[in-house]
Design a protein around this ligand. Structure first.
Ligand SMILES: O=C[C@H](O)[C@H](O)COP(=O)(O)O
Ligand SMILES: C=C(OP(=O)(O)O)C(=O)O
Ligand SMILES: [Mn+2]
Length: 415
């Protein structure tokens, strides 16, 4: 089966992720927990993509920083067994590997079309608002921002910016998924003819899950051998020394952008457990991109539904930014389980979803996702934190005629 991505694309993403490690860009990574075969459709793909476009515009315009867009898309869904709660459905079926591959290829094909075919053109910024969002507070706030962006574009066009330049009409978009099913990943791993390195061509970026990141495990051994940009999920159970050793194993050349540490601890565990990890990595001189996954540490069961509360998700993001602010290190991105559909899977947020609402539009096949409105609301919060950072950077720059220099390792030392 043909590879789904080209090694050169992975190298481009790695360069962008290196910028996220030094605060010169910010990663917005979002999509399903597990893409289901039954919900595979152009509209589902389109709507997830367009919310991510909206989030990127909000973070860029509000935060004053380039945004790197990576989807939790074109990865794995019902790739092993069926969803039905029956013994038959749960029997692993190898033909699902083929279906998952074909769906990933179709998803990626459509995403490439949206990204380069004009759908993502900045002139269309107002059309990205999803219909059901029009009347919501977030939708209204987004339209206000879209109007301001439109004015800025008109001004730049009046200054001579060619509205047909690719910056205005196209966007970069990458895909990622968990490197979980090694048979599937191995089948798509190819030696890149231009460098002689091995790339897992199932996606641009792969990450190692919280449950499979053992130093002597098969997943770390496989990921050590591929040249893709990779991530590692890290909970409060991670030991600082173990993390430093794991990073050295996965990124022995200490290549910027190669390794993203995706912290997922739970809102009430970040402040107590994240600083020691960040300090250990900083003191080791290793370059990583720090990203917050505020989903996986905040899962709970309410009224028989696996759900998450928007307030706890937001609190984890806040703590993530606070810890980096206190240590003078760099918040490099956010990693969300989200959808462009108007689902009721996570409680609270602007849509103020109540326990009684969970039953009405609960469509996830695995973890509960932020709906479009909640995801957009989160991007406004992220933008407000990025604005503070970049505002203070400008103050330092003015005062010191310098700027933030990427110090030894992933932290930034203020001049
Ligand atoms: O993202 C996927 C889930 O977190 C994983 O399947 C584990 O699910 P659990 O949190 O119900 O154990
Ligand atoms: C399983 C996942 O996360 P974690 O490994 O952090 O639990 C996931 O991101 O789908
Ligand atoms: Mn999940």
């Amino acid at each position: 089966m043909p590879p789904l991505v080209f090694a050169g694309e992975c190298r481009n993403l790695q360069i962008r992720l290196a910028k996220c490690a030094t605060g010169e860009a910010f990663l917005v990574q979002g999509g399903d927990c597990a893409e289901s075969f039954s919900q595979f459709s152009a509209n589902t793909i389109r709507d997830s993509f367009r919310v991510q476009l909206q989030m990127a515009v909000v973070a860029m315009f509000g935060g004053g920083v380039p945004v790197v867009k990576v989807g939790r898309m074109a990865g794995q869904g019902d790739i092993i067994n069926g969803q039905a709660f029956t013994a038959d459905a749960r029997v692993p079926d190898p033909m699902r590997l083929v279906q998952a591959y074909n769906q990933a290829a179709a998803t990626l094909n459509l995403l490439r079309g949206f990204a380069s075919g004009g759908y993502a053109g900045l002139q269309r910024i107002a059309q990205w608002n999803l219909d059901f969002m029009a009347k919501s507070d977030q939708g209204g706030a987004y339209m206000d921002l879209a109007k301001r962006v439109g004015e800025a574009i008109n001004f730049m066009t009046a200054c001579g910016l060619d509205s047909h330049t690719p910056i205005m009409t196209e966007t970069e978009y990458y895909v990622s998924h968990e490197c979980l099913l090694l048979d599937y990943e191995q089948a798509l791993t190819r030696e890149d003819s231009t460098t002689g390195l091995w790339y897992d061509c199932s996606g641009h970026m792969l990450w190692c899950g919280e449950r499979t990141r053992q130093l002597d495990g098969a997943h770390v051994e496989f990921m050590r051998g591929i040249a893709n940009p990779i991530g590692v999920k890290v909970s409060d159970k991670m030991d600082p020394g173990q993390l430093v050793t794991l990073i050295a194993k996965l990124n022995p050349e200490n290549t910027p952008g190669r390794l993203t540490i995706i912290v997922r601890m739970g809102a009430d565990k970040v402040r107590a457990n994240m600083p020691r990890l960040v300090e250990a990595v900083r003191d080791s001189g290793q370059v990583v991109t720090w990203v917050c996954d505020p989903m996986h540490g905040n899962t709970e069961c309410v009224a028989n539904f696996k759900t998450r509360r928007y307030d706890r998700i937001r609190a984890e993001v806040e703590a993530f930014f606070d810890v980096h602010e206190e240590l003078g290190t760099v918040p490099g991105g956010i990693h969300l389980e989200m959808t462009g559909d108007n689902v009721t899977e996570c409680l609270g947020g602007g849509s103020s979803i109540l326990e009684a609402d969970l039953n009405s539009r609960y469509h996830t096949h695995c973890d509960p996702r932020l709906n479009a409105e909640q995801a957009l609301e989160m991007s406004f919060y992220v933008a407000s934190r990025l604005a503070q950072i970049f505002d203070s950077v400008l103050r330092w720059q003015r005062r010191r005629e310098g700027g933030w220099r990427a110090g030894k390792g992933s932290h930034l030392c203020r001049l």
